[in-house]
Write a protein that binds this ligand. Sequence first.
Ligand code: IPM
Ligand code: MG
Length: 358
Amino acid sequence: MTKKIAILPGDGIGPEIIEQAKRVLSALPVDIDTETAMVGGAAYDKHGHPLPEKTLELAKNSDAILFGAVGDWKYDSLERDLRPEQAILGLRKHLGLFANFRPAILFPELAHASSLKPDLVAGLDILIMRELTGDIYFGQPRGVRVLDEGPFKGEMQGFDTMHYAESEVRRIAHVAFQAAKKRNKKLCNVDKANVLETSQFWRDIVTEVAKEYPDVELTHMYVDNAAMQLVRAPKEFDVIVTGNLFGDILSDAAAMLTGSIGMLPSASLNASKQGLYEPIHGSAPDIAGKGVANPLAMILSVAMLLRYSLDMSPLADKVESAVSSVLRQGYRTPDLYQEGTIKVSTSEMGDAILKALN
Ligand code: IPM
Ligand code: MG
C-alpha cells in the first residue's frame, strides 16, 4: 500500500536540507505519496501559529513525517505558545512520539573531524534513547508567579515541574531494552537519582523492567558523570536510556563526537510505530540561505524513515552506504571541511549522494 509521508521543512536551514532529502527519496524505488506543509516560524508568519491545524492533521494522517528544523531568534520575544519550538514539541505530544532514537555513529572518514582524539572515537556506535513526551519539558504547573512566603517573599519566581508517570517510564524502558537486545546487550540508564525524586522513581522502574531482559546488562549512571564519560571514553556505551531533558543535552554532546552536529539523524516513534524523522541539529539561522548547511543528518533521517516506518532496511542501508561513499570520496560541507578534502555546498553534497546512489 502507498505510504503517506508528510514533509515539514520549517525554518532556517530546514528547507535547504529537506530539499536534498526529497531528491534522495525521489531517486529511490519507494511507493510513497508526499505532501508538504508549513511549520515553525514560517507557519507563524503565514497562519499566525507555528503548528497550524492543517499541518497537525496532515501529520496525524501520515505514516511518517520528515521534519527539517524550526526556530529563529526573531521569534524569541513572542509568547511561548507561539514560538517555533512549539511546533516540534506539539507534534511530539499530539502524536505521542515518546521514543526518540538518537544514534551517534562515527563514519571512519570523520575520525579526524571529531573534537576527541581519533582513537577515542574510532568505531563509535552508540544509541541514545531519549524519552520525548514527558519530564520537565511538559510538566505542569509551570510559569512565573509571585512568592508569598520564604526567603524570596514578594519576588517573582520562574518554575517548571519535573515528573514521570510509571507507564511513561516502563514503555521507554522496554523500547530501550529491546534496542539493546539487538545490539551489544548493554543498557546504561542515565538519571540524577542522587538528587531528584523523579529520577529515583525512574531508576526503580527501569530496574524492575530489567527483570524481563536477563540477557541485557543494565547499569546506572548519574547524568553529570555520563556527560564526563561521553567525552572521556564514549565507546564504553552501547545504549543509553534517559529522560527528555538529560537526553536533549547528552545527544548534542554525543553529536560532536561524530565530527559535526550536522551528521546526526533521529527517529521519534509512538506506540503504533508512526514516526517523525529529523536531524538533531536545529535551524541554524546564522547560516540559513547560504548553501553551506550539511544535509547529511537530514539524509540519514531519510534512511531511518525507510528502516522504521517503511520496513525497507535494504534501501536504508543503501542510503547510509551512499553517505559513507561520498565521505570516502572526500566531499565535505564547511562544518567538516579540512585541508585535503573537497569543500562542497548543500546541493553539491546532494548531487554527490545521488550519484553514489545510482
Ligand atoms: C532537540 C531540540 C528541541 C528539544 C528544541 C528545538 C525544542 O533541541 O530536538 O533536541 O529541546 O527537544
Ligand atoms: Mg536538542
